[in-house]
Design a protein around this ligand. Structure first.
Ligand SMILES: [Fe+2]
Length: 344
């Protein structure tokens, strides 16, 4: 029967000791209990049952010589059924070759010879716990990388979907993102904020999926009701993305990318400090790229006119610092909208 210890601390590492010698279990238990939540079993069969009913365990320490199932057989089974449990084998000198074989076969993380000095055993179990933590961290990192790669694919897929519906939007979100990121760097934004800005830039017009395609490509002036529908796209984009992590303001930036500093923008008519920094930057980048692009109702107005618009309205319609960063990039640092943005 497993000997579940009283007073265990939640989150403490759990160690299972397996030995047919009760005195050995008692002394190992006394040694390890201050640092670990210790369980015990008297043979391999009982150990497997404890692993099933009380697991997961961080570390299992098993004696080699036990009646019935020996320590190597037990740890080889544990390696298959509970691969995250780090396995330590206790062995006599005479069984050294068996222990080396078990180690080479991957059943055992470390083996210790009996009689084992208490400090060596204590340090070995501590090392096994750190190893378990490292393995868990690596797995979490791998899962995060997979998630990030999946998110990247979804973001780029959605971005392409919007642009496919509107021939005049081709490449727009990529160019806006590239310019917004350059402006963000110019303003000294941190890595996390730049990443948020990147995702928001790539998706900022996602709400246009709601707009009938012929509104987007029809030449001539739109009627007021058609314009009203197009002007809903920041709010629609927000609705699509608002369930993303609450601490990740991509949806908020998208909702605010047509707001203006004097409150004359849409959809909420927010002004000044109520507009987040990412949206202020995106707004300037969006205007510059839109003015430089052909539209169904007009030709490109060109970069000179676009920069003149930003200069004229900086501090009124557009955030002053974002506007100045944009002007600096084009006028002093040779920035160009036509460069490739493939690496976004
Ligand atoms: Fe937009």
């Amino acid at each position: 029967m497993a000997n579940v210890q009283d007073g265990k601390t939640p989150g403490q590492t759990r160690v299972l000791l397996v030995d047919d010698d009760q005195n050995m279990l008692d002394s190992l238990g006394r040694l390890l209990r201050p640092d670990h939540d210790v369980f015990t079993a008297h043979d391999g069969k009982e150990a497997l049952s404890v692993l099933e009913s009380c697991g997961p365990f961080t570390v299992i320490v098993a004696d080699l010589k036990m009646p019935g199932m020996d320590g190597i057989e037990l740890l080889s089974r544990v390696s298959r059924a509970h691969p995250d449990t780090v396995r330590v084998l206790l062995t006599g000198h005479a069984d050294m070759q068996s222990a080396i074989d078990a180690s080479n076969l991957g059943y055992v993380y470390r083996f210790l010879t009996k009689p084992c000095p208490p400090e060596i055993l204590r340090l070995s179990v501590a090392a096994a716990c750190r190893h378990a933590e490292l393995v868990r961290d690596q797995r979490e990192l791998y899962a995060l990388r997979r998630c990030k790669s999946l998110l990247e694919g979804v973001v780029k897929g959605f971005s392409a979907l919007v642009e496919a519906r509107d021939p005049y939007l081709a490449g727009h979100q990529q160019r806006v993102t590239r310019l917004a990121l350059a402006m963000g760097q110019e303003l000294g934004m941190g890595k996390d904020d730049l990443e948020t800005l990147r995702i928001a830039g790539l998706l900022h017009d996602i709400g246009k999926v709601y707009v009938p395609a012929d509104f987007l490509s029809r030449p001539g002036i739109l009627r007021q009701e058609e314009l009203s529908i197009i002007q809903m796209h920041p709010q629609v984009g927000y609705e699509i993305l608002k369930h993303l992590d609450q601490d990740w303001p991509v949806a908020v930036i998208i909702r605010q990318h047509h707001e203006r500093m004097d409150g004359s923008g849409y959809p909420l008519g927010l002004s000044g400090r109520f507009i987040v920094q990412g949206a202020r930057i995106l707004a300037v980048a969006d205007v510059v790229d839109a003015m430089c692009s052909h539209r169904p109702y007009r030709q490109s107005l060109g970069i000179t006119a676009a920069l003149a618009e930003i200069e004229k309205n900086k501090g009124m319609l557009y955030d002053e610092r974002a506007s100045e960063a944009c002007l600096r990039l084009f006028r002093e640092k040779g920035y160009s909208l036509t460069e490739q943005a493939d690496s976004l």
